[in-house]
Design a protein. Structure first.
Lengths: 84, 480, 485
């Protein structure tokens, strides 16, 4: 399920090593469990900053110049589909 | 070897005693000579466009303008967007992508007359600490070709170390500027979170990373910092502060300097690293500085886990966009899901894939509370401890627990790789600035030290750095 | 077997584009992309290019705040933007920046109530609002042939990043008709607040959740008009009730509305539960709501409810006031003509019924202010009626068509002299149209129409009230009958 959510696939011979390494990493990350029930506010933005939204920032239009003509049709971006 | 420092070059260029074209061509020669072995650049600007740019800046000078970086050669890490050079973040998946816009820092460089010479090698998407995880090739350490230059900004550090640039830009998510600086005897700064715009920085972990200046001396670093820092309306996380003016900073008076050296940032280091830093701290003391050795940073044990949990979650999210629809690299399959899966499986390297899967795990319904959310709480605890300490003293410590590793030594085991970041992630988790500069060599291998201060204390760190430089005599040093 | 009588529950998710915000939600591209060539209303931010950063723009947030105030929402002190992940061709970043309650998120509205007018029964109703999120719209996709079989998806990102509000109601909407009225009212209110133009193609979409007693919840997605919403709900209630009353099972599923065949169709079931990996967007600091509320408050002076109250206070009936309010220029015209001294009740009828009807009949757009005459015209016409100079119908038949045709016309020029010799003309007609009179007297009612027409022709160019002519004719012919007998 994780692979599907990540849109990644692996050969069968790659899987054992992948799983072993993931297990190791997860073991490291699991140390954070100790903070789970701590009564503090999670810190998402390091300065707990807020934003007064501006009206405009002068972001400019761009053309899809870096995409080859093969991925465009009449200006639309062409993406393989077939229903899924 | 001691090439001219950037601020010396600028003096000579502005006073007319040096032609900037001569300066630029000299560096290009050096790059041609060294690149075959070091391989610091993923992309170099064509000589014709460098010459055109030189003429343009020279014209500005003739018009009487005094751009602060006139004619200085700057190497830019490949995860910083440039509209005039491909930007791949060291990944296959961005092969052929030339952004339609410049990063804010690049725009600011260009406005000040800098010559961007090329894009430097890095670990793929900045995920690594040695520059061996670049999708293209590993970069070698100019001080010892068998060793890594550190990472992920290893290309920028290596280019500086061999004299292939006057100044460089790196990015630091968990030590990516400071590790390479320490391994190459260069100077690097991870600025206060929000001091430098991230607009145009290909994101790895948005809440942790900053673009920062890299140079061969503290003065040069200050020159670059003053140009790139300050509020940017395009980055909502930048602080509402003007650009710094650290270039005019004076070396700190040792008698008014207070340094904390918590054992947790030093004790576990290899003996030569520990010895070099202890020696330097001793010299500071003998100059009259107060060095406090018994303050503790108790949260450091959990810092690595908290850091990687947050970084990987943000990374998994940021990397979702690379599915073959809006970027040139694509592996076509009949369906959209197939194309996305195939493109990502071929386009990302193994370490990136591991981090994506782990990041997805920590955000998933079943694990979010015990991983991502728990780490966000832990981050507050760590930040508060670091902030409290930084109010009393500058915090000194190792940058890396080890000397520059040999090529191949660290990358087979992810945990060993992650462990290189143990001392550096603290500054990213707590948002504070951290300056790395060389303190000594151990059998020709550089050793660096980091100094952390309270938020927006860049000028103070630079003053302290100037003082340290005056003691080590290493300002401007470059590999032979 | 009868499928009626089972209880049901309806909840709605209404997505409305803030087309009038000016900018997209996180960049300066236009909020209204209609008429632009594909992929020309795009910038690094709304294309999700790496390194481009979303910065919330003020106007969309002020408008969303106004919507939350309209629904009396409980609001957080700061709102939070959250990333919601799923891979799709129309999503440049493969995550949507939205708002989510939980996981560190905070939507702009945490619960409220929407009051709406039901013109069919002339009552006010209300529905509980569970929450409102502000979010970015994805791009627009075209397929070749059907969505299932098309080899490619063709994506235009002009819509990507357009600000949306998603209003989620509790499942206590009374019925299909009420659902339609609710959405119509909401759109009208947002229109009056200057947030959206609901007449623009694709400016809103509704997902409806329907469950019939004894069955599970079915979601009907992507309903694009209020009429279709009512139809889709009726269809779904009928379909589900029938299954249940025949002893079948209604399982939880997602269906799509086919507006051409007027049926709901099953959508391909997902093989797995969605996992959206929500977490607060680290590029966007939280946004305090206090200042936005202060800026949004004045927009609430212009809700349909407030306007209807104002109109009713002139003695106009509530249902008539709704007929004025549903067409923005009509309501405005009414209020300004009353300010110029127009008689309110005549003015409301003139505008909301007769003139509006004619404007539509002539193929003009009643939502376009230039389809309507100026307030002085309305004021003058109602004064002519009030003074007794002309009857309402004389104005209606002789003046309004000309004005609907050319709103700039001077009333004086159109106003015909009064025909004060109707009786003489009627006598003349009866004398000359002997055959028609006989036909009528023989019981052919249609002959009367003919006679009325002849009379009107004789009075061409004068102000005549056709109803008055008909009544007089009838009276005269009746007398004729009694006379002959």
């Amino acid at each position: 399920m994780l692979l599907r959510l990540s849109r990644l696939s692996f050969n069968d011979d790659e899987l054992p090593e992948l799983c072993a390494k993931l297990r190791e990493i997860r073991q490291l990350l699991s140390r954070v469990r100790k903070f789970k029930d701590l009564n503090v506010r999670p810190l998402y933005n390091v300065w707990d900053q807020t934003l007064e939204p501006p009206d405009v920032v002068e972001e400019r239009y761009v053309k899809l110049s870096w995409l080859g003509q093969g991925s465009l049709r009449s200006g639309m971006v062409r993406v393989p589909w077939r229903g899924e | 070897m001691r090439p001219l420092q950037a601020h010396e070059v600028i003096n000579e260029v502005l006073s007319g005693s040096m032609d900037l074209e001569d300066h630029v061509l000299q560096i290009l020669e050096r790059v041609k000579e060294k690149e075959d072995t070091i391989r610091a650049f993923i992309a170099l600007a064509p000589e014709s466009s460098i010459r055109a740019r030189v003429r343009e800046v020279r014209e500005w000078l003739r018009e009487g303008r005094r751009p602060r970086l006139a004619g200085l050669v700057v190497a830019v890490k490949d995860n910083i967007s440039t509209s005039f050079l491909p930007t791949t973040a060291g990944s296959r998946i961005l092969e052929g992508y030339v952004p339609p816009f410049d990063a804010t820092v690049v725009r600011r460089l260009m406005e000040e007359g800098a010559i961007v010479i090329g894009k430097t090698n890095m670990d793929e998407f900045a995920m690594g600490s040695t520059t061996e995880l670049s999708a293209y090739w590993p970069t070698r350490n100019p001080w010892d070709l068998e060793r890594v230059p550190g990472g992920s900004s290893g290309g920028s550090a290596a280019a500086l170390a061999y004299g292939g640039a006057d100044l460089a830009l790196g990015s630091d998510t968990g030590g990516s500027i400071r590790l390479p600086a320490a391994y190459t005897a260069t100077v690097g700064l991870k600025p206060t979170y929000g001091l430098v715009s991230r607009y145009g920085l290909i994101p790895y972990a948005n809440s942790l990373e900053q673009i920062g200046p890299m140079a061969r001396s503290v003065r040069d670093l200050a020159l670059l910092l003053d140009v790139i820092s300050g509020h940017d309306p395009r980055d909502a996380t930048t602080l509402r502060v003007p650009p710094t003016s650290t270039f005019i900073a004076k070396p700190a008076d040792p008698r008014s300097l207070r340094v904390c050296a918590p054992p947790e940032l030093l004790e576990a280091s290899e003996p030569p690293v520990k010895a070099a830093i202890t020696k330097l701290l001793g010299r500071l003391e003998s100059e009259g500085a107060a060095v406090i050795y018994d303050r503790h940073l108790t949260t450091i044990d959990d810092a690595l886990a908290v850091y990687y949990t947050i970084a990987l979650a943000e990374a998994a999210s940021n990397l979702a966009r690379y599915d073959g629809k809006l970027y040139p690299f694509v592996r076509i399959a009949p369906t959209y899901t197939g194309t996305a899966t195939e493109t990502r499986s071929r386009g990302f390297g193994p370490e990136v894939k591991r981090r994506i899967i782990m990041g997805v795990t920590s955000l998933s319904e079943g694990y979010r509370d015990e991983l991502y959310m728990a780490a966000a709480k832990g981050r507050r605890v760590i930040r508060d401890e670091v902030l409290a300490m930084s109010r009393n003293c500058l915090i000194a410590g190792s940058v890396s627990p080890v000397l520059p590793p040999r090529l191949g030594e660290r990358i087979t085991d992810p945990l060993k790789l992650y462990a290189l970041d143990i001392y550096t992630v603290i500054a990213n988790l707590s948002g504070v600035p951290s300056l790395t500069l060389p303190v000594d060599f151990y059998s020709d291998l550089p050793i660096g030290m980091q100094l952390m201060g309270p938020p927006l204390s860049e000028a103070q760190l630079i003053s302290a750095g100037l003082l340290v430089e005056s003691l080590t005599g290493l300002a401007g040093v470059a590999a032979p | 077997m009868s499928a009626e009588g089972l209880g049901y529950r309806i909840g709605l998710e209404i997505h409305v584009q803030l087309t009038e915000a000016g900018t997209k939600l996180f960049c300066d591209c236009k909020s209204n992309y209609r008429g632009m060539a594909p992929n020309t209303n795009v910038c690094p931010v709304c294309l999700g290019l790496p390194g481009a950063l979303p910065v919330p723009r003020r106007r969309p947030l002020v408008l969303a705040t106004a919507a939350a105030l309209l629904m009396g929402c409980e609001m957080p002190t700061e709102m939070v933007f959250t990333r919601k992940h799923y891979f799709y061709p129309d999503m440049p970043k493969n995550y949507q920046i939205t708002q989510y309650q939980g996981g560190g998120g905070a939507p702009i509205c945490l619960g409220g109530r929407l009051r709406y007018y039901d013109p069919d029964l002339d009552v006010w109703r209300s529905v509980k609002v569970r929450r409102i999120n502000v979010e970015e719209d994805p791009g627009r996709t075209e397929y070749e042939g059907s969505i299932q079989s098309s080899e490619y998806a063709y994506v235009d990102y002009n819509r990507s990043g357009v600000p949306l509000i998603e209003v989620v109601t509790e499942p206590d909407v009374e019925g299909p008709r009420e659902a339609r009225r609710l959405v119509e009212y909401l759109l009208l209110a947002l229109d009056y607040m200057g947030a959206t133009n609901p007449r623009l193609e694709g400016s809103f979409r509704v997902d409806a959740n329907v469950s019939v007693e004894g069955g599970e919840r079915v979601e009907v997605k992507n309903i694009g008009s209020t009429l279709d919403l009512e139809r889709a709900l009726r269809y779904e209630i009928f379909r589900q009730s029938k299954i249940i009353s025949q002893g079948g099972k209604v399982r939880r599923e997602t269906r799509g509305w086919d507006p051409v065949r007027k049926v709901t169709k099953p959508q391909r079931a997902k093989e797995y539960e969605e996992e959206y990996l929500y977490f607060p967007d680290p590029d966007i600091p939280t946004v305090p709501i206090k200042d936005l509320v202060a800026e949004a408050r004045p927009l609430l002076l212009r809700t349909p409810e407030r306007l209807m109250e104002a109109i009713v206070s002139y003695g106009v009936r509530q249902r008539r006031s709704w007929a004025l309010v549903v067409t923005k220029p009509a309501a405005q015209l009414f209020l300004s003509s009353v300010r110029l001294g127009a008689e309110p009740r005549a003015a409301s009828r003139l505008i909301a019924v007769d003139l509006k009807g004619l404007i539509k009949k002539f193929g003009k757009d009643p939502n376009d202010p230039s389809s309507w005459p100026g307030p002085e015209t309305i004021a003058r016409l109602t004064m002519l009626v009030a003074s007794g100079e002309y009857t309402y119908d004389e104005i209606k038949y002789n003046v309004l068509p000309a004005i609907a045709n050319d709103p700039m016309l001077d009333v004086k020029g159109v106003l015909p002299p009064k025909a004060n010799n109707i009786d003489n003309v009627i006598d003349e007609v009866i004398m000359s149209e002997v055959k028609a009179v006989r036909d009528y007297l023989d019981g052919k009612a249609k002959a009367l129409d003919y006679l009325v027409g002849r009379a009107l022709r004789r009075m061409a160019g004068l102000a005549v009230d056709p109803k008055a002519v008909r009544t007089s004719l009838e009276e005269r012919l009746a007398r004729l009958t009694s006379g002959t007998q």
